[in-house]
Design a protein around this ligand. Structure first.
Ligand code: SF4
Ligand code: SF4
Length: 295
């Protein structure tokens, strides 16, 4: 499942290196090892030429985690991109750069660490086969995405007490926010199908709650919602809400008992009859009209 959470739109999405989500994940790769490398080097630099996969495999969340956890400025060598076989249309290198820039913007608020971009020293052509050998498709996208989010939240928390301003107006690709409009019928499907429990219900089922710190932006809730009531939105947010999984109410329903079927439904005004009964009555009335016309 391609979740396209980091950059959108990207056209075309030609290969794994261009895939902006973790729909295709790294095999045998651990971000802790990269962290170790950064920690033990005085002037750390990362390059696909030294036991690293293509830098396009790192999402914004990975870069943010590396900066905050290492507490170091490090360099990403982008010179190999110039001769890379899979970067002929410079799509891959532009994805990498965009992510590095976004990570730098995010981390700016927490400290003075940065990722520097190094374009010097063009190196030999990268092997396409070697590149693909470093990846295998994963069937656990949601788990992977959740792990990345948890890591970023953990890295951010120690910085929050010293920040004078935790509110942010810039939209970042790792932050996903949702709104639900009044066309919501309270069918609960978005909650049931949300793979990370970012959407939930309060105790009496009258409110739909959302925790942006848990949302991986998979879009399942939007796809599954019949009236298209749930949508993504960019709005100012607070790092505290993100880091501590604070929930906000997306919609509150006035639950009433339907006069016809006696089931609870989301009351929007007018006669206290649920949508299903109202539709049934309407169709029933049309049937009688047709029957009287025939006789
Ligand atoms: S937002 Fe859509 S899917 Fe979720 S409860 Fe409302 S109508 Fe159902
Ligand atoms: S809230 Fe929607 S986009 Fe976010 S994780 Fe749940 S289903 Fe996916």
């Amino acid at each position: 499942m391609c979740t396209c959470r980091h950059l959108q739109p990207i056209t075309p999405a030609p290969c794994i290196g261009g895939c902006p989500s973790d729909a295709l994940s790294l095999f045998g790769f651990e971000i802790d090892k990269v962290l170790e490398n950064i920690a033990k080097n005085e002037n750390p630099s990362l390059t696909c030429k030294e036991n690293l996969p293509c830098l396009a495999a790192f999402g914004v969340d990975d870069w943010v985690s590396l900066l905050l956890e290492s507490q170091k400025t490090f360099t990403c060598k982008l010179s190999p991109c110039a001769n890379c076989e899979i970067n002929k249309d410079v799509h891959i290198s532009s994805v990498i750069e965009k992510r590095l820039d976004e990570a730098n913007s995010i981390v700016e608020a927490f400290g003075a660490y940065r990722i520097l971009k190094d374009f010097l020293g063009v190196e030999k052509t990268a092997s396409r086969r070697a590149f693909f050998n470093k990846f295998i498709p994963s069937t656990k996208e949601a788990t992977q995405e959740q792990k990345s989010l948890e890591r970023v939240k953990k890295a951010i928390k120690p910085y929050l007490p010293d920040m004078t301003q935790t509110k942010v107006v810039t939209p970042f690709s790792l932050i996903h926010q949702k709104v639900i409009d009044q066309s919501c019928t309270n069918c609960k499907e978005c909650v049931q199908f949300c793979p990370t429990r970012a959407l939930s219900y309060n105790g009496d089922g009258t409110k739909i709650l959302f925790q942006m710190g848990k949302c991986i932006g998979c879009g399942i809730c939007e796809d599954i919602c019949k009236p298209k009531a749930v949508k993504s939105t960019f709005a100012p947010f607070d790092w505290v809400d993100f880091a501590y999984d604070r929930a906000k109410v997306l919609i509150e329903h006035d639950l009433q008992v339907c006069l016809t079927c006696k089931c609870a439904f989301s009351y929007k005004g007018g006669e206290k009859v649920c949508e299903r009964c109202a539709t049934f009555e309407k169709e029933h009335a049309e049937m009688f009209t047709l029957a009287s016309e025939i006789s």
